[in-house]
Design a protein around this ligand. Structure first.
Ligand SMILES: Cc1cc2nc3c(=O)[nH]c(=O)nc-3n(C[C@H](O)[C@H](O)[C@H](O)COP(=O)(O)OP(=O)(O)OC[C@H]3O[C@@H](n4cnc5c(N)ncnc54)[C@H](O)[C@@H]3O)c2cc1C
Length: 450
């Protein structure tokens, strides 16, 4: 990331409206930022083609280019010194009930896709904490939800249509391309401009969400796996004070017609008596329904509702993935830094994700626990804390979330990805002249600046 630029903009800009239209190539005066407002894009123009053919023409005529999704990344991953291209107009959704897959244009967000497939009897296996991100942008960065048996969102991808840096349309699939495909799904925006993506589906299901307050970390020492397996998707929130999780959110599948009461206690934590926001003092109006009320999967898996601002709005985020078996030790390691962390923190979240075999996935071959930080917009201070956290988590081989803020040295990052050299090979094959390379890839994948 261009840190000088980041410092200049962090904390200075109000969060931009998530539904504000992206600017066209003709509207270049106003600086464009990511969703949080902490990062201002350097890209000169933003084109919004309406067809794949237009995408091809734009890619061909560009010398430097980057695809932009819903702008929810916190770092420079979606930026370029050239032009950006938004696929927001490619918003078609094609359901194949026979193969139980759905193919969506690269402009489609989970918030649009989920009700559509639910109304036709289908579901995705998981969702992130918010539905506002694009399917393609999320899958390109290994975005995840929670659930010890749920892989991240990228694990649902079975096919992609992509315009390569040379302007050629390629169609890729798990079935046809095997291991190479597994290298391309978490493509970090570097392999081409994805125009369509195909996801595998489950039959639609219903869920309930139960929230508990004050779970002692002592319970995690012996029961971490049990606690995280107590629902389909489980999240713990903490401010790192008082050796406890402030809230536990348990999202469970429910069978139609079966109603059960909320259990008053969960490993010593007490059932909440009303809907809660993970951040103390914030209205729960923005949050999905709790208190055990059953509802469709897509209205329980995310924490935040589609038509409301997710999380805090004006914030920074970082997240680290550690092997689940080291989860408790990793929690203790971060807890030791609480006096550094808490003053700059809105809230932390702990989640689990199943292992996968996608080369650049943060869960590659590792059943993981994540330690997430929603920071106040105080980059100068947060920038000082991140190396401390990364040092504490080094013994566990922590991998940072690709789309969030981290300070880890490229050499350390490299040691965490055994297929990195193979991924570089794919980048060279699909983008031989570095049209899609940006500072983020140069630093974190190539370990250098050009
Ligand atoms: C409030 C908030 C909550 C969040 N919650 C979670 C969470 O629960 N779990 C989690 O894992 N993450 C979470 N994130 C992070 C978020 O999921 C990632 O930043 C995700 O990448 C955002 O997707 P996007 O559509 O905004 O993509 P962008 O940020 O716009 O782009 C991300 C990457 O995808 C690439 N890309 C986008 N479109 C294309 C395309 N058509 N072709 C090729 N490459 C493309 C871009 O080039 C870039 O490299 C959260 C972020 C915010 C702001």
């Amino acid at each position: 990331m261009d840190k000088r630029q980041f410092l200049k903009t962090s904390g200075a800009l109000l969060a931009s409206g998530i539904f504000s239209p992206l600017l066209t190539g003709d509207e270049r005066e106003a600086p464009r930022t990511n969703w949080s407002g902490n990062y201002t894009y350097h890209a000169g123009r933003l084109d919004s083609p309406k067809t794949v053919e237009e995408v091809r023409q734009i890619v061909k005529r560009s010398s430097k280019l980057k695809a932009l999704g819903a702008r929810h990344s916190f770092n420079s991953i979606a930026d370029t010194t050239g032009d950006q291209i938004s696929l927001k107009n490619l918003d078609q959704i094609v359901l194949d009930t026979k193969s139980r897959t759905v193919t969506v244009g690269a402009g489609v967000k989970y918030g649009q896709l989920a009700p559509y497939i639910d109304s036709r009897g289908f579901a995705l296996h998981n969702l992130a904490s918010l539905p506002h991100v694009s399917v393609v942008g999320a899958c390109a960065t290994a975005t995840h939800g929670s659930g010890s048996k749920n892989g991240n969102l990228s694990t649902a991808v079975t096919g992609m249509e992509m315009v390569t840096a040379e302007g050629e349309v390629v169609v890729l699939s798990e079935e046809k391309d095997g291991d190479r495909f597994r290298g391309m799904v978490v493509g970090l925006g570097g392999l081409g401009v994805v125009t369509k993506i195909t996801l595998k589906l489950l039959p639609a299901f219903r869920m309930r969400q139960d929230v508990y307050e004050n779970l002692s970390f002592d319970q995690l020492e012996k029961h971490l796996d049990e606690i995280f397996a107590s629902g389909y998707s489980v999240s713990l929130f903490t401010d790192w004070q008082n050796h406890r999780a402030t809230q536990v959110w348990i999202k469970s599948r429910v069978d139609p017609g079966v109603r059960s009461e909320i259990k008053p206690e969960f490993f010593g934590a007490k059932a909440a008596t009303q809907n809660l926001h993970p951040l103390a003092g914030h209205s729960a109006e923005n949050c999905t329904e709790q208190m055990g009320v059953p509802g469709p999967w897509y209205e329980r898996l995310p924490h935040f509702r589609m038509n409301f601002t997710p999380s805090s709005g004006h914030e920074l985020q970082s997240e680290y993935f550690v092997p689940r078996e080291n989860g408790y030790q990793a929690i203790l390691a971060v807890e030791r830094l609480r006096e550094h962390v808490t003053p700059h923190l809105f809230i932390s979240e702990l989640r689990t994700i199943d292992a996968d075999d996608l080369w650049m996935s943060t869960c590659y071959k590792r059943s993981s626990m994540t330690i997430h930080f929603t920071w106040k917009p105080e980059w100068p201070q947060v920038k000082q804390v991140l190396p401390l956290i990364e040092e504490q988590l080094a013994p566990f081989g922590a991998r940072p979330h690709w789309a969030k803020l981290f300070t880890m040295a490229p050499s350390r990052l490299k040691s965490r990805y055994e297929r990195l050299a193979d991924f570089q090979g794919l980048l060279a094959q699909y983008d031989p002249h570095g049209k899609l390379r940006n500072d983020f890839l140069n630093t974190n994948i190539y370990g250098r600046q050009i």
